[in-house]
Design a protein around this ligand. Sequence first.
Ligand SMILES: [Ca+2]
Ligand SMILES: [Ca+2]
Length: 246
Amino acid sequence: MAIKGRLARSILRAGVCIVLAVALSVSAAAFRYDVVAPEGNVSYEVTINLSMDAQSFAYAGVQFTSTVSDPDSVVFVGFTNGVSGTQLYNTINNIPGRNSFGFYTSTNRFQDAMNVGSVKFTYFGTAEQTITIEMRIANFDEEGRARWITTEASYIVVNLSTEETFSQYDINKDGDVGLLDLALAAFAAGTAMYIDEDLGIMNPLWDEVFALDSKGGPVTAAMCDVNEDGVVDMLDLMEILRNFAF
Ligand SMILES: [Ca+2]
Ligand SMILES: [Ca+2]
């Protein structure tokens, strides 16, 4: 009976914790966006595009903070934008896995819809990753003091695009650097970019597709020239061999 009582109490406590967690996440929901990036045996480049839709809302600046599920895996690359009339700041107050970035408007007052820019991350897909984007909007009060103001989820649009990226040595794009890549480079060995470098006559075989990679994409001699010296030869095979990775 006593065990049952303890069990009931701990279930009750667990229940309270769950309710509390839900309440917290709901109260923060207007400012937080979770984007989930996939797992897979390849490297990924994740781009999160941020747009503002604040037609009816004046503001002076916006601060975003990104937090990643696994700071050891997910690397913050940077924040870029092309918004005119704004001043960017990038990666302030950073701690591992948490980066702040955003922009100020040069007039201290801005009211419009616009593409804010994009934030980039990379990771190797051993596990699914979650990237949380938080947003704060600032304006100035009558005395010119900066202050954070209430923001609405609808003021921002978050779009995610994920792209697989491959090591240059992974010629068949299967996530490993191994014998298959070596075999492809060996097949292309002897092919040079120019038939006659002095006359500038390019070798049509250089960009000719001679095989398909594991994604159905083209494999050319140019792609096998991993040291980029204009010819596929033993040096490329050795470099692929040195970069064997499974
Ligand atoms: Ca490969
Ligand atoms: Ca080469």
